[in-house]
Design a protein around this ligand. Structure first.
Ligand code: ATP
Ligand code: NCN
Length: 189
């Protein structure tokens, strides 16, 4: 099971694209979009959770492999280390793989208990425009260099014992929630 955590403020085609590529390249059965109650590193509060979930559900409509969930709000977690620990407790027979764009790998070492996350679940990183270099040069990439699977072995990632991570290059999507929010604001004026 792939876990794509995000603000999804709003969800966009880029999220769908990276999820579908991750399903294929990592050989995952399915993915959950964990719609975050609020990213602990972002100062700006997001739109209400229900609004973001409804938009995300409308977008994935028709793809039975992707489930949109607000389980973090129900678990009362917003730090990924806690969320992953909670999911592993709730679903001991499910093997989870954390998924994220390259922008998040670049600052992953700022996340709470980031090394614990690496120790708990394999991590699949998906290329994002302008972020490949910063991701490759990141503290996480350096610290866990020995545990990196080559992209050619990406399908082995979900079954690898953590720490294990893999960076995949895919045809990149330029979509971003920031750009969509800016366009919506401009349209209001
Ligand atoms: N176009 C994209 N290419 C690769 N990864 C992406 C892309 N869009 C989103 N992601 C990844 O999906 C996850 C959730 O992203 P998020 O909901 O923050 O969207 P975003 O477009 O990055 O939002 P914002 O612009 O507000 O930061 C993150 O791991 C992010 O890196
Ligand atoms: O646990 C942390 O410290 C932490 C810090 C920053 C981001 N995250 C998670 O990273 C995911 C992507 O966040 P975002 O806002 O970039 O979509 C989302 O699931 C957040 O909860 C987690």
């Amino acid at each position: 099971m792939g876990l794509l955590g995000g603000s999804f403020d709003p969800a966009h085609e880029g999220h769908l694209h990276v999820t579908r590529e991750a399903l294929k390249r990592f050989g995952l059965d399915a993915a959950w979009w964990l719609v975050s109650p609020g990213n602990p590193l972002k100062a700006r509060g997001p739109a209400p959770l229900e609004t973001r979930m409804a938009e995300a559900r409308a977008l994935v409509d028709g793809d039975p492999r992707i489930t949109v969930t607000g389980i973090e709000a129900r678990l009362g977690t917003r730090y990924t280390a806690e969320t992953v620990a909670g999911l592993q407790r709730l679903y001991p027979r499910v093997r989870f793989t954390w998924l994220m764009g390259a922008d998040n790998l670049a600052q992953f070492h700022l996340w709470d208990r980031w090394e614990e996350i690496m120790a708990r679940v394999p991590v699949g990183v998906i290329a994002r425009p302008g972020q490949r270099l910063s991701a490759r040069m990141s503290k996480t990439a350096e610290r866990f260099a020995r545990h990196r699977l080559p992209a050619a072995a990406s399908h082995l990632l979900p079954l690898a014992d953590p720490p294990a991570w893999c960076f995949i290059n895919i045809p990149m999507s330029h979509q971003s929630s920031t750009a969509i929010r800016a366009a919506r604001e401009a349209a209001k004026k």
